[in-house]
Design a protein around this ligand. Sequence first.
Ligand SMILES: [Fe+2]
Length: 400
Amino acid sequence: METHKSNPISRLIDPLTFETFIKEVFEKKHHLSGGSGLFKEFSVSMFEGLLWAHQHLVGEQIDVNKNGSSVYYNKAEAGKDPFRWVIDQYMKGCTIIFNGIDDIHAAVAKDVRPLDKIFKGKTTANAFLTPSNSRGFLPHFDTHDVFIVQTSGKKKWVLYEKEMDLPLDNQIYLIDQDKLGDPIDTYLLEAGDVLYIPRGMVHGSFTEDDHSLHITVGIRPLLGIDYLNKMLEVISENDVAFRKSIALANLEEKSDDVELLMDKLQSGFNNPYLRKLTREKIDAKLASQSKPVPGHHLENNQQIENLCLETNVVKAFLQNDALVDSGKKIRLVFPGAGFVATDNPKPGYLEFPAIAFGALNFIRKSSKPFMPKEISDFYPDETKLLIVKQLLKEGYLKFA
Ligand SMILES: [Fe+2]
């Protein structure tokens, strides 16, 4: 696990180490840290520029909200373009929310994608711009953890006791505002501050005499239920007993059919081969959930002819990826991989002969720059160069 200062997780939890954060804070309690420097370039004028460039997303990815309710754009009624209308709403006290800013803004994406890998999950970043003396959302709880990164202005956050411990998505509901207890903590976030709020904890926010711009990084880590669901899927694909209909007179009664499946489930969990398949499937799913980060495709392709056995190359980004062994072929799955199968449009992947597994595994596990000649001598030099060249072209590697 990389936890040095340049890693975005370190900047979110400073001065805690990642190990301390996971052991003492994560999924347990809120935590304030200061001086993160994360997204510090993300200014109000940059927000406005993105809003202008992507105004066709108003009503889709860009929301306008006042006191917890959405305000909708109607071109005929507004009589002006979406950008100008949104500015008007802001001046009337509305919060402007740019959802999925990590899919729009490359600098934010570069800081957010590594979190996917660190938390083995899906991370999204939403930007919120609120004018002074305004409230965006009423106190509520979320089903994902959040890091609130204040980038400009100030916002007051009021935290209440957890409504539920680590709720699942289907356990969400609106809380009764009349039954809110006393706040357990109140913070005035200023530029550089980061507030971590675990899922299930009730929180509300408002501005006073200053505007507020913050990016909320929402984390959906891999849960126990996600792991078990995937393993059950793998076991079922390998044992017809799980794929048979189940004849139960009364679903609440204990039955021999179910007992048998439970026994098979237990032995499936003890099977290293099925655990490996589960791991591959989870890795592939995680790798397919994120969009690629731009940055190196063009430069790599401009320099590709200079590649030799002594050239230093490195993985372009810390991001979720997977190496899937499908028998005769090996697939390297990662966001933005060049080939997307038409029969399964989800994950993009590069496909190699099975014999390339060792070389790909070496490259995938490398966290530091390496030279093609360092790949196992099991492979001829031309093969080492061929593999590295392809991974440079696809933006998985970059020149170090
Ligand atoms: Fe929230």
